[in-house]
Structures are given as C-alpha cells and as structure tokens.
Design a protein around this ligand. Structure first.
Ligand SMILES: O=C(O)CCC(=O)C(=O)O
Length: 277
C-alpha cells in the first residue's frame, strides 16, 4: 500500500496496521528498555486490578528515565513513519506508555479514548502501539475504526477499573463511555494477529481497549504518542490530572497555543544535541 493510501485510511478510520514496520534490532532496544523500567524502583508503576490474578503493570513517560527508549525514539524509523503518515516534518513526543501483561492471565485494558486525558487538539497526532511478543488477535489491541470523528467521551477512572471499568474520570461535561465490552456485536471492532515488528498506528480519539491474555502468554507492549505541527494546547477539566501529569503546563500555555514545552521533546528534525558529531 502506498503512502497516500495509508494516509487516507488513517484519516478515515483513525487506525492503520503496518506489518513488519520495525526491525529486530529496534525491538531488542525496546526489550532492554522494558527490562530497565521493570527493575527501576524509582519509576512509578500503576497496577491495574491490583491484588487480583488479572493484575498488570502500566508505566508512563519511560522516555524520561530510560536511555534505550530515548535511542528508540530518536534513532529508529518510528518518528519518520509518523512524519510521513501525519504529513508533518516536525514531530514531537507527547508521551509513551508501557502495558506489561506477564501473568499469563492478565486482564483487559478497558475501552477508552486517549484524547480526554491529553490536553491537546489538532489533526496531526497519532500513537504507535508496538508489542514485543507475538499475539493472537484475541490478545491484541482492539479498536473501533472511525470513532475519532464521532463523540469524545469521558475517560474511565483507572483507580476504579476492578469495580466499574466505565466509571467516569472527570464526571463533568463529557458523556460517559458506552459499554462496548457488553455489546461487542453492536460495534465494528478491529484487531490483528501480531508478529514482532508489526505495529498499529491510531489516532488518540479512537475508541480502543487492550485484550486480556490467556494460555500463559506474555504481552509486553509500548505505545508512543507523537504529534505534528498543527497541534495546540487544549485545556481539560481541572478536577483531575491529565495523563501523564504535566504540572505547570496550564500556567505556561493557554488554549490554542502551539503545544511547545520542554515536556515534549522534538524528535524530528533530529535536534542538534542528538546528532552524531
Ligand atoms: O495495550 C493495551 O492493553 C492498551 C493500550 C492502550 O490503551 C493505549 O495505548 O492507549
């Protein structure tokens, strides 16, 4: 499929599957980065379904503390692929997030959109979901194509997922999430059998959820969240922090300002301090 066709699909569906996008050497770097994060007592780990058999780990902004993830994002083709797909020569990192499901029977990541948690607006934004492990479709990331062009729902409350995976995060102006899991047949859901190196590119406004694991399978994934030159700061309800927490951002930027801040390193063009000299 050529670039124009890929752009058309990403724009229309908010979802694009790219088989064999990353070489094994980049995945080795990712594996080392995940190992460093898991062994790093200083890196905060959120435990979904804490204390239950289905518990799994989520960690955010690993780039800040993990040289392997920095090298992956500065040096691999990830940012170049995004630059082509979202048609922006400048690419910034918003955040990255690991989803580490190692128990062999880890639970689902509840259905949600990412945009309610992110203080941004614009067209040129996309995330790349990368699994280190081969996965059957059932354990893959699942997405609802086209949902980025429809309603922006409230998020789910990560603290409450064991009791209610739809409990609203803000509980203010945004409509509550629909119960997609209870009515799967009413939604168009896509997912893929994954081989290491395959990636899923998706718009942060797309409804998505992460498959549980079964059969003793390990599922270690990272999502890198990137954006381009038309993206601006857009406030979110102040009652809850954004993800990641970005203290002071709302004091520096007002809605509509270009999303430029030391929190968000530029990946492309490669900054001078990252050039080989
Ligand atoms: O991999 C998963 O289980 C969930 C991924 C996800 O929700 C995300 O990348 O935003």
């Amino acid at each position: 499929m050529d670039l124009m066709e890929q752009r058309k699909i990403l724009d229309r569906d908010g979802v694009l599957f790219l088989p064999k996008a990353l070489d094994a050497e980049w995945l080795m770097l990712l594996e080392m980065g995940i190992q460093r994060v898991l062994g790093d007592a200083g890196q905060a780990k959120f435990r979904f379904y804490e204390g239950e058999d289905r518990e799994f780990i989520e960690t955010v902004r690993n780039f800040d503390v993990t040289p392997e993830i920095q090298r992956l994002l500065y040096d691999s083709p990830i940012a170049d692929i995004m630059a082509d797909l979202i048609d922006s020569q400048d690419i910034w990192l918003y955040s990255d997030e690991m989803f580490i499901k190692q128990s062999g029977h880890s639970g689902r990541t509840p259905w949600h959109q990412d945009l309610p948690y992110f203080p941004m607006a614009g067209e040129k934004m996309a995330s790349m979901w990368i699994s280190l492990d081969p996965l059957p479709k059932s354990d893959c990331l699942e997405l609802v194509p086209g949902s980025h062009r429809q309603v922006m729902y409230d998020g789910f409350d990560p603290q409450a997922v064991s009791q209610d995976p739809k409990k609203p995060y803000y509980g203010e102006d945004l409509p509550p999430l629909p119960d997609i899991e209870a009515e799967r047949d009413k939604w168009q859901i896509v997912s893929w059998d994954i081989e290491p190196g395959d990636v899923i590119v998706f718009h942060p406004g797309v409804l998505h959820g992460g498959g549980s694991t079964s059969g003793g399978r390990v599922r270690r994934a990272i999502t890198v969240r990137l954006y381009g030159d038309d993206v601006v700061y857009d406030a979110r309800p102040p009652s809850r922090p954004t993800a990641p927490i970005l203290p002071g951002l709302g004091m520096k930027l007002k809605p509509g300002d270009p999303l430029r801040h030391p929190y968000f390193p530029r990946l492309r063009p490669l900054p001078d301090h990252q050039q080989a000299i």
